[in-house]
Structures are given as structure tokens and as C-alpha cells.
Design a protein around this ligand. Structure first.
Ligand code: 3NM
Length: 205
């Protein structure tokens, strides 16, 4: 999530509630109208990183390799329209997490060859959080990637809620990436518990 996804709340409070609730990774995605830039972005990102460190949760920066390098973030996530994955790998070095957004089996194979540690696949369902999102692909893309590249971690993204997270998991996903269903939840730790219950049920299928 980014500073604009907190539904009018303090985004750092939203992040801390999610950390308390037990998220296992955080990705800073500062995009769209009103996105912070320059010093303001650097300060906000550094605060997010400080919170993540306090809860021992990896802090990944979306798209902005320079910001990731300046902060010595744990990783970088890039889209198909951003820089090439192998260029990002060269810039961040071998020890950082590299994630790549993919929308097809072909893109997943390419990301794997370029040194991606995981791929994000989406949108699985309809999303309001990404203006230029493609049409929802459901769980079939995840199933195809996991069947061809079983060792490549796949994270489902786009419209994922506690009601459908289990379905994404039983399709083979290794994780779910969520903005609105967590950032807009009234009780964030409770919402994360619901996610975990849904995922546990999906894993047993
Ligand atoms: N990437 P929400 S969908 C950031 O398809 C992002 O690659 C997507 O937000 C992709 O959980 C998406 O609110 C938005 O639907 C996810």
C-alpha cells in the first residue's frame, strides 16, 4: 500500500495495525493522485521501514529502485512497464528480494530467468486500487504458473478478501497481496485473522 490507500486514516497507523495483526511482508507502493515525492516520500518510506523493522517484517519498495537502494530496503518489486527484471537484479544485488508483476505464463518464465524471487499475479479479481489494472484473470493464471514452475513462489493480487483468499491459496498461491481489504478494514488485526482462517481452509483443500 501507499500513503493514499488508508481511507483517510494515518497510513502509518494502518501499517502498524497490520503489523500487529501479523502481516508477513509489506510493500510500499506510492502511486497515483496525491502520491508523495522527494523528501516527503523519503521520510514516509523511512518511517514505514522503521515500523517494519520493529516487527521484523520485510520492507519492499515498489518500482523505485533508487528509493530501495537509498534506504537499503529488503527488496524491490517491479512491473512489466518498469525496468527489466535482470537490470533491477543487477542494481539491487543478489541478496535483496526481487519481485516481478506478471500476467501470463510467459512473463512468469521470463521473470524466473531474470532472477525473480517471486512473481505477483493479478488482478485475480476486480480491483479498485489500480487504475490501469488488466481484466481479472481469476485463479487460472496462478494454477498455470504453479503447474509449469512449481518452485516459483506466486503471490495473488487484486480484489483479494477473506472470502476469496482460500480459493487463491487452493489454486497454489504461496501468498496473497492485499491493499483495500486490509487498509480499509475497521478492525485490521481481526481482518488479518479472517484472512489467515480463509488461507488455512484453502490450504486444507
Ligand atoms: N497490482 P486491492 S492489482 C497493486 O494486477 C495491484 O498487478 C495488481 O489492490 C496487478 O487489494 C493491484 O485493493 C491492486 O484489490 C490490489
Amino acid at each position: 500500500m501507499g500513503s493514499q490507500n488508508a481511507a483517510g486514516r494515518d497510513p502509518l497507523e494502518v501499517l502498524e495495525s497490520a503489523l500487529i495483526g501479523g502481516i508477513s511482508c509489506f510493500q510500499l507502493r506510492e502511486k497515483g493522485a496525491g502520491a508523495l515525492t522527494g523528501e516527503l516520500l523519503l521520510d514516509f518510506a523511512a518511517e514505514c521501514q522503521r515500523l517494519c523493522r520493529a516487527y521484523n517484517v520485510p520492507f519492499i519498495v515498489n518500482d523505485d529502485v533508487e528509493l530501495a537502494r537509498t534506504l537499503d530496503a529488503d527488496g524491490i518489486h517491479i512491473g512489466q512497464e518498469d525496468m527489466e527484471a535482470n537490470a533491477a537484479r543487477r542494481l539491487v544485488g543478489p541478496d535483496k528480494i526481487l519481485g516481478v508483476s506478471v500476467h501470463s505464463l510467459e512473463e512468469a518464465g521470463k521473470a524466473l530467468l531474470s532472477g525473480a524471487d517471486y512473481v505477483g499475479m493479478g488482478p485475480v479479481f476486480d480491483t479498485q486500487s489500480k487504475a490501469d489494472a488488466k481484466s481479472p484473470a481469476g485463479i487460472s493464471g496462478i494454477m498455470a504458473v504453479k503447474s509449469r514452475y512449481p518452485g516459483l513462489p506466486v503471490i495473488g493480487i487484486g480484489g483479494i478478501t477473506p472470502d476469496n483468499a482460500g480459493q487463491v491459496w487452493s489454486a497454489g498461491a504461496d501468498g496473497v497481496a492485499v491493499i483495500s481489504a486490509i487498509a480499509h478494514a475497521k478492525n485490521i488485526p481481526l481482518q488479518i485473522r479472517r484472512f489467515n482462517e480463509s488461507i488455512k481452509a484453502g490450504a486444507e483443500k
